[in-house]
Each structure stands twice: as structure tokens, then as C-alpha cells.
Design a protein around this ligand. Structure first.
Ligand code: URA
Length: 199
């Protein structure tokens, strides 16, 4: 399939609400949450699924975890407008239950197309669920803060910001893991110039 624009992908996701696909989140959500940010983002953040606030507003990471994510993004000298924020699932599972494997599969082509359209230098995986979709069998307690190169794409797994709302010490860990991002971006750019990773 030819590369689609982010606007086309967004429009398709928005039109999908209640479209009769048979998957509970798409049928029961208040709003689809396609993701938002710059189409030219160097960094893409990927969480698991919209929560209650995101479902009501149709925007990703707008609740308490989102406020922490905003602070983390600001700590590396950027704003939400500079990056792109998405989720594996584009609709809230009822009652905030974990997404079912079939639901993640159903949503996967959208995420793949978003990544292709944005072509980020770095994908930051927020939490173990998002991490395991890309880096199976890794453990967030071991792998957080460790960049991984997979098929020419660099991924950085970090704890989910919501985890730091429950376990305060993880907030410091998150800020430390984010602190390496500016230098990591420089290293990726240098590697791209040398053809080591996908430019
Ligand atoms: N948690 C997520 O994983 N995604 C959101 O958009 C909000 C909370």
C-alpha cells in the first residue's frame, strides 16, 4: 500500500467509531483517539490505550499521566506540538480493562501506517504493554532507558507515566531515562548520516 498521509489515517480512525467492526472498544467508546502532534516529529511516543479522560476528549494522554508526560517532554526542551503521541489502541477498552490480543491486532495497521507517515527518528515506548508489542519478552524493569535498534528503527522503552503516579520513585527514573533523549537523537542522526539506521 502506498504511504498515506497522517490526515488520511486520522480521518479513517475517526470515521471508524461504531462502524460495526465487532470489537468492543470501537463500538462502545465516546470518541476514537487517533493521536496528535507534528507530522514531522522526530520523536513518537506510544502508549497502550486511551483512558477515561482521553475517551471523553478524543485526545491522547490528557489525564494525570498526560500531565506528567507533558513535564517529561518539556524536560528535554520540547512541547507536545513538537512530538507525536499515539496509542496501540485507538479506542478505550470498557472499564479500562487491558486490551485483548485481538483488539491490538485490529488496531495495528493504523499504528504501522502512522509510524510510516511520520518516520520518526526515535520511538519512545511508554510502559510494558506498548514495549512488548515491539520488543517481545523484554521486561520494563530491566530494559527501561535502554535504546534498541530493530530493523533500522530505534526504540526507547520507559516506564509508563501512570506507573509513576502509583510508585513515586519511578518519576525520578522516568526523568533520568528522558534526560538521555537529546544525546540519543544526535547519535541517531550521526548514524543515519553513515547509513547505519534508516534515514
Ligand atoms: N494511558 C495510555 O496508555 N494512553 C493514554 O492516552 C492515556 C493513558
Amino acid at each position: 500500500m502506498p504511504r498515506r498521509t497522517l490526515d488520511e489515517i486520522t480521518a479513517e480512525i475517526l470515521a471508524h467509531k461504531g462502524a460495526g467492526c465487532g470489537f468492543e472498544p470501537c463500538e462502545t467508546c465516546s470518541n476514537m483517539v487517533p493521536g496528535e502532534g507534528s507530522p514531522n516529529a522526530e520523536i513518537m511516543f506510544i502508549g497502550e490505550a486511551p483512558g477515561k479522560n482521553e475517551d471523553l476528549q478524543g485526545r491522547p494522554f490528557v489525564g494525570q499521566a498526560g500531565k506528567l508526560l507533558d513535564r517529561l517532554i518539556e524536560s528535554i526542551g520540547m512541547t507536545r506540538e513538537d512530538v507525536f503521541i499515539a496509542n496501540v489502541l485507538k479506542a478505550r477498552p470498557p472499564g479500562n480493562r487491558d486490551p485483548l490480543p485481538g483488539e491490538a491486532e485490529h488496531n495495528w495497521p493504523w499504528l504501522e501506517q502512522q509510524i510510516e507517515a511520520i518516520d520518526p527518528k526515535l520511538i519512545v515506548l511508554l510502559g510494558r504493554h506498548a514495549m512488548n508489542r515491539f520488543l517481545p519478552k523484554r521486561r520494563i524493569s530491566v530494559d527501561h532507558g535502554q535504546p534498541r535498534l530493530l530493523r533500522g528503527q530505534v526504540y526507547l522503552p520507559v516506564y509508563h507515566p501512570a506507573a509513576a503516579l502509583y510508585t513515586k520513585s519511578l518519576e525520578q527514573t522516568l526523568f533520568e531515562d528522558f534526560a538521555q533523549i537529546p544525546e540519543l537523537l544526535e547519535r541517531i542522526e550521526a548514524a543515519q548520516r553513515e547509513g547505519m539506521v534508516r534515514a
